[in-house]
Write a protein that binds this ligand. Structure first.
Ligand code: PGA
Length: 233
């Protein structure tokens, strides 16, 4: 695992450049994408750099980490809506190449990833409780894509995006920890002091299912962890 300490803006620039370089070198690459506030600046930079450099995303395939149960794609809190607004619609992606884990496909999601040759770069945020995607504390390191209940701390964290805490869905479908760890390159971004506790556990090298992100300490593939000073503590 490689630790990179930069400010928020520099992190976004660096990660965006890694993504764009991958697409330039391998136009048919497979990107694993995350939602939430963490990757927003990175996606803005991806759009900016790709437009400047005239990089085409036509043949890129994307797999998102997760989606809430019960929100349709027109709901502005769904992750399909988020991805479209914050990344997809700004570049020349082919809509047919986007994949999200949903009720009717999640059992085949891991096979689908394999059929596409696996994920080249997986972008990850981290929850204040150490979750990655919606793999909450206690999730098996052997988990594949599955339906899960959100931890109460996650419902509280995510309520800032909804009118009220009661509007936050209680269930989601998420790639599992085993699904995620198979990516050829993993980039985890953690910014802000809310992430300090989880980052500390991850960087301590421990491997503990009470902090799901620590599965990254078992990876034999490339893992880059970008943190800002606030998250580092
Ligand atoms: P955030 O969420 O990017 O909105 O902080 C991260 C996560 O829950 O994985």
């Amino acid at each position: 695992m490689k630790l990179v300490i930069k400010n928020k803006e520099e992190i976004a620039k660096s990660v965006a450049q890694i993504i764009v370089d991958e697409v330039k070198n391998n136009p048919k690459c497979v990107l694993g994408l995350a939602t939430g506030s963490t990757p927003l600046d990175t996606y803005k930079k991806v759009i900016e750099i790709s437009k400047l450099d005239k990089v085409s995303f036509k043949e890129v395939t994307t797999f998102n980490l997760d989606e809430y149960v019960g929100l349709d794609e027109k709901n502005d809190q769904s992750y399909r809506y988020f991805m479209n607004e914050n990344l997809f619609k700004h570049l020349d992606f082919n809509r047919l190449n986007h994949h999200f884990p949903l009720i009717d496909n999640y059992e085949k999601y891991d096979d689908l990833i394999l059929q596409h040759g696996g994920i080249d770069i997986q972008i990850l945020g981290i929850g204040s409780n150490g979750h990655i995607a919606f793999n909450e504390p206690g999730t098996s390191f052997e988990s594949l894509t599955h339906i899960t209940k959100l931890a109460s701390s996650t419902i509280k964290d995510n309520s800032r995006f909804f009118n009220s805490i009661d509007d936050v869905p209680k269930e989601a479908i998420t790639m599992g920890l085993k699904s995620i760890i198979q990516a050829r390159k993993i980039i985890l971004i953690a910014t802000g002091k809310n992430k300090r506790e989880a980052v500390k556990k991850l960087l301590s090298g421990e491997i503990d299912i009470s902090c799901p992100a620590t599965i990254l300490n078992t990876s034999l593939n490339e893992v880059l962890v970008f943190v800002d000073e606030e998250a580092l503590g």
